[in-house]
Design a binder for this molecule. Structure first.
Ligand code: NAD
Ligand code: DAU
Length: 338
Protein backbone atom coordinates (compact mmCIF):
# COMPACT_ATOMS: atom_id res chain seq x y z
CA UNK A 1 0.00 0.00 0.00
CA UNK A 2 1.25 3.45 -0.91
CA UNK A 3 -1.56 5.63 -2.18
CA UNK A 4 -4.69 5.39 -0.06
CA UNK A 5 -7.96 6.97 -1.16
CA UNK A 6 -10.00 8.00 1.89
CA UNK A 7 -13.51 9.09 0.90
CA UNK A 8 -15.55 11.26 3.28
CA UNK A 9 -12.39 12.34 5.09
CA UNK A 10 -13.88 15.74 6.00
CA UNK A 11 -16.56 14.16 8.18
CA UNK A 12 -16.37 13.10 11.80
CA UNK A 13 -14.73 9.66 11.65
CA UNK A 14 -12.80 10.19 8.41
CA UNK A 15 -11.09 13.33 9.74
CA UNK A 16 -10.13 11.63 13.01
CA UNK A 17 -8.77 8.71 10.98
CA UNK A 18 -6.69 10.96 8.69
CA UNK A 19 -5.26 12.96 11.57
CA UNK A 20 -4.03 9.78 13.24
CA UNK A 21 -2.89 7.88 10.14
CA UNK A 22 -1.06 10.68 8.25
CA UNK A 23 1.28 10.87 11.24
CA UNK A 24 1.46 7.15 11.94
CA UNK A 25 2.28 6.22 8.33
CA UNK A 26 4.55 8.92 6.84
CA UNK A 27 5.36 6.58 3.93
CA UNK A 28 1.77 6.34 2.73
CA UNK A 29 0.02 9.06 0.75
CA UNK A 30 -3.53 9.81 1.85
CA UNK A 31 -5.91 11.32 -0.71
CA UNK A 32 -9.06 12.69 0.88
CA UNK A 33 -11.93 12.73 -1.62
CA UNK A 34 -14.96 14.55 -0.24
CA UNK A 35 -17.98 16.32 -1.70
CA UNK A 36 -18.17 18.69 1.29
CA UNK A 37 -21.84 18.17 2.05
CA UNK A 38 -23.33 19.89 5.12
CA UNK A 39 -21.39 17.31 7.22
CA UNK A 40 -18.02 17.80 5.54
CA UNK A 41 -15.81 20.51 6.99
CA UNK A 42 -12.27 21.35 5.86
CA UNK A 43 -11.58 22.77 9.32
CA UNK A 44 -11.79 19.20 10.64
CA UNK A 45 -8.39 18.61 9.02
CA UNK A 46 -6.64 21.65 10.52
CA UNK A 47 -3.27 20.55 11.78
CA UNK A 48 -3.10 17.35 9.75
CA UNK A 49 0.42 16.35 8.61
CA UNK A 50 0.55 18.03 5.18
CA UNK A 51 3.52 16.17 3.64
CA UNK A 52 1.51 13.06 2.76
CA UNK A 53 -2.03 14.50 2.69
CA UNK A 54 -3.95 15.60 -0.43
CA UNK A 55 -7.51 16.86 -0.85
CA UNK A 56 -9.89 16.55 -3.80
CA UNK A 57 -13.40 18.03 -3.69
CA UNK A 58 -15.31 15.36 -5.59
CA UNK A 59 -18.66 13.59 -5.30
CA UNK A 60 -18.27 9.77 -5.21
CA UNK A 61 -21.30 9.61 -7.53
CA UNK A 62 -19.37 11.50 -10.25
CA UNK A 63 -17.75 8.55 -11.98
CA UNK A 64 -15.58 10.57 -14.39
CA UNK A 65 -14.04 12.70 -11.65
CA UNK A 66 -13.58 9.67 -9.41
CA UNK A 67 -11.71 7.93 -12.21
CA UNK A 68 -9.47 10.97 -12.69
CA UNK A 69 -8.50 10.83 -9.02
CA UNK A 70 -7.65 7.11 -9.24
CA UNK A 71 -5.40 7.87 -12.22
CA UNK A 72 -3.82 11.03 -10.86
CA UNK A 73 -2.68 9.43 -7.59
CA UNK A 74 -2.21 5.79 -8.75
CA UNK A 75 -4.61 4.73 -6.01
CA UNK A 76 -3.91 1.22 -4.68
CA UNK A 77 -6.16 1.16 -1.59
CA UNK A 78 -9.65 2.54 -0.89
CA UNK A 79 -11.30 3.24 2.45
CA UNK A 80 -14.88 4.35 1.92
CA UNK A 81 -16.19 6.52 4.76
CA UNK A 82 -18.29 8.78 2.51
CA UNK A 83 -21.97 8.51 3.34
CA UNK A 84 -25.12 10.28 4.33
CA UNK A 85 -24.97 9.20 7.95
CA UNK A 86 -27.88 10.65 9.95
CA UNK A 87 -30.99 8.52 10.52
CA UNK A 88 -33.27 11.53 11.20
CA UNK A 89 -32.33 13.09 7.85
CA UNK A 90 -33.07 9.78 6.09
CA UNK A 91 -36.62 10.07 7.49
CA UNK A 92 -36.98 13.51 5.85
CA UNK A 93 -35.84 12.10 2.49
CA UNK A 94 -33.93 9.06 1.28
CA UNK A 95 -32.74 10.25 -2.14
CA UNK A 96 -29.23 11.36 -1.14
CA UNK A 97 -28.84 8.22 0.98
CA UNK A 98 -29.57 5.93 -1.96
CA UNK A 99 -27.33 7.98 -4.28
CA UNK A 100 -24.26 8.33 -2.09
CA UNK A 101 -24.44 5.20 0.03
CA UNK A 102 -25.39 2.77 -2.75
CA UNK A 103 -24.66 4.30 -6.17
CA UNK A 104 -21.53 6.11 -4.96
CA UNK A 105 -20.15 2.95 -3.34
CA UNK A 106 -20.72 0.99 -6.56
CA UNK A 107 -18.84 3.65 -8.54
CA UNK A 108 -15.89 3.35 -6.16
CA UNK A 109 -15.98 -0.45 -6.39
CA UNK A 110 -16.02 -0.31 -10.18
CA UNK A 111 -12.98 1.98 -10.23
CA UNK A 112 -11.23 -0.19 -7.66
CA UNK A 113 -11.80 -3.18 -9.94
CA UNK A 114 -10.62 -1.33 -13.06
CA UNK A 115 -7.47 -0.05 -11.36
CA UNK A 116 -6.85 -3.42 -9.65
CA UNK A 117 -6.46 -1.92 -6.19
CA UNK A 118 -4.91 -4.06 -3.47
CA UNK A 119 -7.68 -3.48 -0.92
CA UNK A 120 -11.14 -1.95 -0.61
CA UNK A 121 -12.34 -1.29 2.93
CA UNK A 122 -16.03 -0.46 3.26
CA UNK A 123 -16.91 1.38 6.49
CA UNK A 124 -20.31 0.07 7.49
CA UNK A 125 -22.43 0.14 10.61
CA UNK A 126 -24.05 -2.12 13.20
CA UNK A 127 -27.42 -0.63 12.14
CA UNK A 128 -27.49 -3.09 9.23
CA UNK A 129 -28.45 -5.80 11.75
CA UNK A 130 -31.60 -3.97 12.85
CA UNK A 131 -32.71 -3.72 16.46
CA UNK A 132 -32.24 -5.92 19.54
CA UNK A 133 -34.54 -6.47 22.51
CA UNK A 134 -33.10 -6.42 26.04
CA UNK A 135 -30.77 -9.36 25.45
CA UNK A 136 -28.26 -10.64 22.88
CA UNK A 137 -25.60 -8.98 20.73
CA UNK A 138 -24.95 -8.61 17.00
CA UNK A 139 -22.35 -11.02 15.62
CA UNK A 140 -21.03 -11.06 12.05
CA UNK A 141 -23.50 -13.85 11.23
CA UNK A 142 -26.58 -12.03 12.51
CA UNK A 143 -28.93 -11.69 9.50
CA UNK A 144 -29.18 -8.22 8.00
CA UNK A 145 -32.45 -6.56 9.02
CA UNK A 146 -32.14 -2.81 8.41
CA UNK A 147 -35.03 -0.65 9.60
CA UNK A 148 -34.29 2.84 8.24
CA UNK A 149 -33.53 3.96 4.71
CA UNK A 150 -30.09 4.92 6.06
CA UNK A 151 -29.35 1.40 7.31
CA UNK A 152 -31.01 -0.19 4.27
CA UNK A 153 -28.69 1.83 2.01
CA UNK A 154 -25.64 0.79 4.07
CA UNK A 155 -26.75 -2.87 3.94
CA UNK A 156 -27.10 -2.65 0.16
CA UNK A 157 -23.60 -1.23 -0.13
CA UNK A 158 -22.20 -4.08 2.00
CA UNK A 159 -23.86 -6.69 -0.20
CA UNK A 160 -22.65 -5.04 -3.40
CA UNK A 161 -19.10 -4.85 -2.01
CA UNK A 162 -19.20 -8.55 -1.08
CA UNK A 163 -20.50 -9.36 -4.56
CA UNK A 164 -17.45 -7.59 -6.07
CA UNK A 165 -15.28 -9.82 -3.89
CA UNK A 166 -17.13 -13.01 -4.84
CA UNK A 167 -17.53 -12.29 -8.55
CA UNK A 168 -14.38 -10.35 -9.43
CA UNK A 169 -11.99 -11.31 -6.64
CA UNK A 170 -11.74 -7.70 -5.44
CA UNK A 171 -10.03 -7.66 -2.03
CA UNK A 172 -12.96 -6.32 -0.04
CA UNK A 173 -13.04 -5.87 3.74
CA UNK A 174 -16.06 -4.64 5.73
CA UNK A 175 -16.24 -3.14 9.21
CA UNK A 176 -19.49 -2.67 11.13
CA UNK A 177 -19.11 -0.38 14.09
CA UNK A 178 -21.39 0.77 16.89
CA UNK A 179 -22.09 4.43 17.81
CA UNK A 180 -19.00 6.62 17.82
CA UNK A 181 -18.42 9.74 19.90
CA UNK A 182 -15.53 12.19 20.23
CA UNK A 183 -14.07 15.41 18.78
CA UNK A 184 -15.38 16.86 15.49
CA UNK A 185 -18.73 15.03 15.57
CA UNK A 186 -21.37 17.08 13.75
CA UNK A 187 -23.81 18.68 16.25
CA UNK A 188 -26.86 16.80 14.90
CA UNK A 189 -25.83 13.56 16.68
CA UNK A 190 -26.90 12.73 20.26
CA UNK A 191 -23.75 13.44 22.29
CA UNK A 192 -22.58 16.71 20.68
CA UNK A 193 -26.17 17.94 20.44
CA UNK A 194 -26.70 17.43 24.18
CA UNK A 195 -23.35 18.99 25.12
CA UNK A 196 -23.96 22.07 22.96
CA UNK A 197 -27.59 22.55 24.08
CA UNK A 198 -26.54 22.22 27.73
CA UNK A 199 -23.79 24.82 27.22
CA UNK A 200 -26.36 27.11 25.59
CA UNK A 201 -28.93 26.45 28.35
CA UNK A 202 -31.56 25.28 25.87
CA UNK A 203 -33.68 22.16 26.19
CA UNK A 204 -32.21 18.71 25.59
CA UNK A 205 -34.68 16.82 23.34
CA UNK A 206 -34.88 13.10 24.17
CA UNK A 207 -36.90 10.97 21.78
CA UNK A 208 -39.66 8.84 23.33
CA UNK A 209 -38.95 7.72 26.88
CA UNK A 210 -35.13 7.78 26.63
CA UNK A 211 -34.84 4.04 27.26
CA UNK A 212 -33.27 3.22 23.86
CA UNK A 213 -29.81 1.74 24.19
CA UNK A 214 -26.65 2.34 22.16
CA UNK A 215 -23.14 0.82 22.48
CA UNK A 216 -20.71 3.78 22.49
CA UNK A 217 -17.12 3.68 21.21
CA UNK A 218 -14.58 6.51 21.30
CA UNK A 219 -13.75 7.51 17.72
CA UNK A 220 -9.99 6.92 18.03
CA UNK A 221 -10.67 3.31 19.03
CA UNK A 222 -12.75 2.89 15.88
CA UNK A 223 -9.89 4.37 13.80
CA UNK A 224 -7.38 1.95 15.33
CA UNK A 225 -9.72 -0.96 14.59
CA UNK A 226 -9.92 0.18 10.95
CA UNK A 227 -6.11 0.36 10.89
CA UNK A 228 -5.94 -3.29 12.06
CA UNK A 229 -8.53 -4.53 9.56
CA UNK A 230 -6.75 -2.65 6.76
CA UNK A 231 -3.39 -4.24 7.53
CA UNK A 232 -4.24 -7.74 8.74
CA UNK A 233 -7.94 -8.33 8.00
CA UNK A 234 -8.89 -11.28 5.78
CA UNK A 235 -10.39 -10.43 2.39
CA UNK A 236 -14.10 -11.09 2.02
CA UNK A 237 -14.62 -10.89 5.80
CA UNK A 238 -16.82 -8.68 7.95
CA UNK A 239 -15.51 -7.38 11.31
CA UNK A 240 -17.84 -6.04 14.01
CA UNK A 241 -16.40 -3.25 16.17
CA UNK A 242 -17.97 -2.17 19.46
CA UNK A 243 -17.24 -0.65 22.82
CA UNK A 244 -18.97 -3.22 25.06
CA UNK A 245 -20.35 -0.04 26.57
CA UNK A 246 -24.15 0.10 26.54
CA UNK A 247 -25.98 3.18 27.75
CA UNK A 248 -29.63 4.21 27.79
CA UNK A 249 -30.00 7.63 26.13
CA UNK A 250 -31.50 9.17 29.26
CA UNK A 251 -28.49 8.09 31.35
CA UNK A 252 -25.99 9.57 28.88
CA UNK A 253 -27.87 12.87 28.87
CA UNK A 254 -27.98 12.99 32.69
CA UNK A 255 -24.25 12.23 32.82
CA UNK A 256 -23.47 15.09 30.41
CA UNK A 257 -25.61 17.49 32.48
CA UNK A 258 -23.85 16.40 35.67
CA UNK A 259 -20.39 16.88 34.15
CA UNK A 260 -21.35 20.35 32.92
CA UNK A 261 -22.99 21.25 36.22
CA UNK A 262 -26.34 21.92 34.53
CA UNK A 263 -29.84 21.08 35.88
CA UNK A 264 -31.85 18.03 34.76
CA UNK A 265 -34.79 20.40 34.28
CA UNK A 266 -33.25 21.14 30.85
CA UNK A 267 -34.36 17.66 29.67
CA UNK A 268 -37.41 17.63 27.37
CA UNK A 269 -39.02 14.37 26.26
CA UNK A 270 -40.18 14.83 22.66
CA UNK A 271 -42.01 12.77 20.04
CA UNK A 272 -40.19 9.53 19.24
CA UNK A 273 -38.11 8.99 16.07
CA UNK A 274 -40.16 7.07 13.47
CA UNK A 275 -39.13 3.41 13.44
CA UNK A 276 -36.70 4.07 16.33
CA UNK A 277 -34.41 1.04 16.82
CA UNK A 278 -34.60 0.01 20.48
CA UNK A 279 -31.15 -1.37 21.18
CA UNK A 280 -27.77 -1.96 19.50
CA UNK A 281 -25.03 -4.08 21.07
CA UNK A 282 -21.96 -5.46 19.34
CA UNK A 283 -20.11 -8.70 19.94
CA UNK A 284 -16.55 -7.75 18.90
CA UNK A 285 -14.92 -11.06 19.85
CA UNK A 286 -13.94 -11.79 16.23
CA UNK A 287 -11.77 -8.68 15.79
CA UNK A 288 -10.39 -9.09 19.31
CA UNK A 289 -9.47 -12.76 18.86
CA UNK A 290 -8.31 -12.63 15.25
CA UNK A 291 -6.75 -9.16 14.95
CA UNK A 292 -5.92 -8.48 18.57
CA UNK A 293 -7.90 -5.21 18.72
CA UNK A 294 -9.67 -3.90 21.79
CA UNK A 295 -10.72 -0.41 22.85
CA UNK A 296 -8.14 1.70 24.70
CA UNK A 297 -10.49 4.38 26.05
CA UNK A 298 -12.98 3.67 28.80
CA UNK A 299 -16.18 5.71 28.72
CA UNK A 300 -15.16 7.91 31.64
CA UNK A 301 -12.02 9.11 29.79
CA UNK A 302 -13.69 9.25 26.40
CA UNK A 303 -16.69 11.32 27.46
CA UNK A 304 -14.51 13.71 29.52
CA UNK A 305 -12.17 14.24 26.53
CA UNK A 306 -15.20 14.83 24.32
CA UNK A 307 -16.86 17.34 26.65
CA UNK A 308 -13.55 19.17 27.07
CA UNK A 309 -13.06 19.29 23.30
CA UNK A 310 -16.49 20.94 22.81
CA UNK A 311 -15.70 23.37 25.64
CA UNK A 312 -12.37 24.29 24.04
CA UNK A 313 -13.63 24.46 20.44
CA UNK A 314 -16.66 26.70 20.67
CA UNK A 315 -15.67 28.56 17.49
CA UNK A 316 -15.86 25.29 15.53
CA UNK A 317 -19.41 24.41 16.58
CA UNK A 318 -20.77 27.96 16.87
CA UNK A 319 -20.00 28.47 13.18
CA UNK A 320 -21.92 25.29 12.33
CA UNK A 321 -24.97 25.90 14.48
CA UNK A 322 -25.37 29.49 13.25
CA UNK A 323 -25.47 28.42 9.57
CA UNK A 324 -27.78 26.12 7.58
CA UNK A 325 -27.99 23.84 10.64
CA UNK A 326 -30.47 26.32 12.19
CA UNK A 327 -33.05 25.38 9.51
CA UNK A 328 -32.50 21.66 10.03
CA UNK A 329 -32.81 22.03 13.79
CA UNK A 330 -36.05 24.00 13.53
CA UNK A 331 -37.60 21.51 11.13
CA UNK A 332 -36.48 18.42 13.08
CA UNK A 333 -37.36 19.59 16.58
CA UNK A 334 -40.55 21.49 15.76
CA UNK A 335 -41.75 18.24 14.20
CA UNK A 336 -40.65 16.35 17.32
CA UNK A 337 -42.61 18.73 19.57
CA UNK A 338 -45.86 18.57 17.58
P1 NAD B 1 -20.32 12.25 8.64
O1 NAD B 1 -21.73 12.50 8.23
O2 NAD B 1 -19.73 13.02 9.77
O3 NAD B 1 -19.35 12.49 7.39
C1 NAD B 1 -19.65 12.04 6.10
C2 NAD B 1 -18.61 12.63 5.14
O4 NAD B 1 -18.89 12.10 3.83
C3 NAD B 1 -18.69 14.16 5.02
O5 NAD B 1 -17.40 14.70 5.00
C4 NAD B 1 -19.38 14.38 3.68
O6 NAD B 1 -19.02 15.60 3.05
C5 NAD B 1 -18.89 13.18 2.89
N1 NAD B 1 -19.79 12.81 1.78
C6 NAD B 1 -21.15 12.63 1.85
N2 NAD B 1 -21.63 12.35 0.63
C7 NAD B 1 -20.56 12.33 -0.21
C8 NAD B 1 -20.41 12.09 -1.61
N3 NAD B 1 -21.48 11.83 -2.38
N4 NAD B 1 -19.18 12.13 -2.14
C9 NAD B 1 -18.10 12.41 -1.37
N5 NAD B 1 -18.17 12.67 -0.05
C10 NAD B 1 -19.40 12.62 0.52
O7 NAD B 1 -20.23 10.70 8.90
P2 NAD B 1 -19.40 9.89 10.01
O8 NAD B 1 -20.17 9.87 11.25
O9 NAD B 1 -18.01 10.36 9.99
O10 NAD B 1 -19.48 8.42 9.37
C11 NAD B 1 -18.50 7.97 8.45
C12 NAD B 1 -18.85 6.56 8.01
O11 NAD B 1 -18.89 5.69 9.14
C13 NAD B 1 -20.22 6.43 7.33
O12 NAD B 1 -20.09 5.52 6.27
C14 NAD B 1 -21.12 5.87 8.42
O13 NAD B 1 -22.15 5.10 7.86
C15 NAD B 1 -20.13 5.02 9.20
N6 NAD B 1 -20.43 4.82 10.64
C16 NAD B 1 -20.67 5.90 11.44
C17 NAD B 1 -20.86 5.70 12.81
C18 NAD B 1 -21.12 6.86 13.77
O14 NAD B 1 -21.43 6.63 14.93
N7 NAD B 1 -20.97 8.11 13.34
C19 NAD B 1 -20.83 4.41 13.34
C20 NAD B 1 -20.61 3.33 12.48
C21 NAD B 1 -20.38 3.56 11.13
O1 DAU C 1 -24.84 2.54 15.39
C1 DAU C 1 -24.07 3.21 14.45
C2 DAU C 1 -24.84 4.43 13.96
O2 DAU C 1 -24.83 5.36 15.04
C3 DAU C 1 -24.23 5.04 12.71
O3 DAU C 1 -24.36 4.14 11.64
C4 DAU C 1 -24.92 6.36 12.35
O4 DAU C 1 -24.25 6.98 11.26
C5 DAU C 1 -24.88 7.27 13.55
O5 DAU C 1 -25.59 8.46 13.27
C6 DAU C 1 -25.48 6.59 14.78
O6 DAU C 1 -26.90 6.37 14.60
P1 DAU C 1 -27.96 6.64 15.80
O7 DAU C 1 -29.27 6.92 15.19
O8 DAU C 1 -27.86 5.58 16.82
O9 DAU C 1 -27.28 7.98 16.43
P2 DAU C 1 -27.91 9.37 16.95
O10 DAU C 1 -26.78 10.13 17.57
O11 DAU C 1 -28.71 10.04 15.90
O12 DAU C 1 -28.92 8.90 18.09
C7 DAU C 1 -28.48 8.13 19.18
C8 DAU C 1 -29.68 7.83 20.06
O13 DAU C 1 -30.14 9.05 20.64
C9 DAU C 1 -30.87 7.26 19.31
O14 DAU C 1 -31.53 6.31 20.14
C10 DAU C 1 -31.78 8.46 19.06
C11 DAU C 1 -31.52 9.33 20.30
N1 DAU C 1 -31.64 10.78 20.10
C12 DAU C 1 -30.92 11.36 19.11
C13 DAU C 1 -31.00 12.71 18.87
C14 DAU C 1 -30.22 13.37 17.76
C15 DAU C 1 -32.45 11.54 20.93
O15 DAU C 1 -33.10 11.00 21.85
N2 DAU C 1 -32.54 12.89 20.71
C16 DAU C 1 -31.85 13.50 19.71
O16 DAU C 1 -32.01 14.74 19.55
Amino acid sequence: MKNILVTGGCGFIGSNFLRLMCTKYPNYNFVNLDKLTYAGNLENLDGVNSANYFFEKVDICDSLKVKTVFEKYAIDTVINFAAESHVDRSIFGAFDFIQTNIVGTQILLENAKEFQVEKFLQISTDEVYGSLSDTGKFTETTPLHPNSTYSASKSSADLIALAYHHTFGLNVLITRCSNNYGPYQFPEKLIPLMIINALNNISLPIYGNGMNVRDWLYVEDHCLAIDSVLHIGKFGEVYNIGGNNEWRNIDIVKLILKKLNKPESLIAFVKDRLGHDFRYAIDSSKITNELNWKPIYDFENGISNTINWYLENKTWWKKIISGEYKNYYKLQYEKARS
